[in-house]
Design a protein around this ligand. Structure first.
Ligand code: TXA
Ligand code: MG
Length: 319
């Protein structure tokens, strides 16, 4: 099993020898390695069982450091960076040749973000290279929001997990790229569209597709628990399963037609940020209840972080 601790110097020395380790971020935990080192990046793909056509996000601690591996930071990207970094926003920028093609799956752009978690920012400050880090889950499974989740899924494959406590945003970063100068949202995430549009005006949402060459990793089925997760009405599911076999993930309220012990809600006060923070842990918990055979998920209103939460729920349901 991996050692779980808070020692950034230990993390630094492992990363300098080409190891991959678990790291905390404010969105989800990452599986990190030296982004300039092809061996380390190869190890990331192998550890996660991730296909190499699915590119990685590169994490850094400052715009000065980022300028060492991207061609330019166009004005709109600069504006977004100023407003939202450090934070749950990833920008697609033209890469320099020091970023190995493996990191970007051969694309000309590299996904970059400055995460806002203090422990990972301190570590990034110490390092002379940026960290390539996908979410620290086996490919296709629910993303980890605590060190223990990483331990449970990848602990036998990595030496160390830097423990920063529970991720406070709880869902992955919002990804924005640019076509000429038009901003395009490639993945909904922890920074709401409303917040982005308040700074740069209207943005275009990229429809999700497993065959979209611009975003090869945005597969329809993702973030999935092992049990079937369905979006059908509870009435419909009750025709097929006994009530005691049905788990329920609701936004704010329990249902009367299912046992209360089978139910978890994301936010009793209908707070989107709290719902996002709890989403993956709740999915994970329901997935581990041995008496359940199916999980019914309730979609949230399509606004604010509700959109990104629904995106994750829909993908978890797309088996
Ligand atoms: O919040 C996050 O973004 C977390 C934490 C660890 O930073 N990371 C994360 O990484 O969610 P991952 O690998 O699970 O998701 C990265 C997504 C993938 O869907 C990938 O296809 C997309 O970013 N991506 C990476 N580089 C890209 C590029 N150059 N063009 C389009 N999409 C890209
Ligand atoms: Mg992921």
């Amino acid at each position: 099993m991996a050692l779980i601790d808070k020692d950034i110097y230990k993390a630094k020395s492992l990363l300098e020898t080409g190891e991959v380790i678990g790291i905390p971020t404010e969105t989800v935990y990452g599986l990190a390695g030296n982004a300039f080192n092809v061996q380390a990046v190869t190890k990331i793909f192998q550890t996660k069982n991730r296909p190499t056509f699915d590119p990685l996000i590169v994490h850094s601690s400052s715009l000065t450091k980022i300028a060492q591996f991207v061609q330019a930071i166009p004005p709109l990207a600069q504006k977004l960076a100023t407003h939202f970094w450090p934070g749950p926003l990833t920008l697609l920028l033209q890469k320099k040749s020091n970023i190995p093609d493996l990191v970007t799956s051969g694309l000309e752009t590299v996904a970059v973000r400055i995460p806002s978690h203090p422990l990972i920012l301190d570590l990034l400050e110490l390092l002379e290279f940026p960290l390539a880090a996908p979410s620290a889950n086996p490919f296709g499974y629910i993303s980890p929001t605590q060190a223990e989740h990483v331990q449970a899924q990848l602990g036998d494959k990595i030496p160390y997990i830097l423990d920063g406590g529970p991720s406070h945003v709880g869902i992955e970063s919002t990804i924005i790229g640019f076509e000429d100068i038009t901003p395009i949202v490639y993945r909904l995430g922890g920074l709401s569209i409303e917040a982005i549009e308040s700074v740069i005006g209207p943005v275009t949402l990229m429809p999700h597709s497993s065959s979209n060459p611009q975003a090869p990793g945005m597969l329809k089925s993702h973030y999935a628990p092992r049990k079937p997760l369905v979006l059908d009405s509870v009435d419909q599911v009750l025709k097929q399963y006994a009530p005691e076999k049905i788990g329920y993930m609701g936004f704010s309220d329990f249902r009367k037609d299912l046992p209360e012990k089978n139910q978890l809600v994301l936010s009793h006060t209908r707070n989107y940020a709290e719902a996002a923070q709890k989403l993956f842990a709740v999915m994970r918990t329901l997935d581990t209840y041995p008496h359940l055979e199916v999980i019914v998920a309730e979609l949230l209103p399509e606004e604010d972080l509700g959109r990104a939460i629904n995106d994750r729920i829909r993908r978890a349901a797309a088996q």
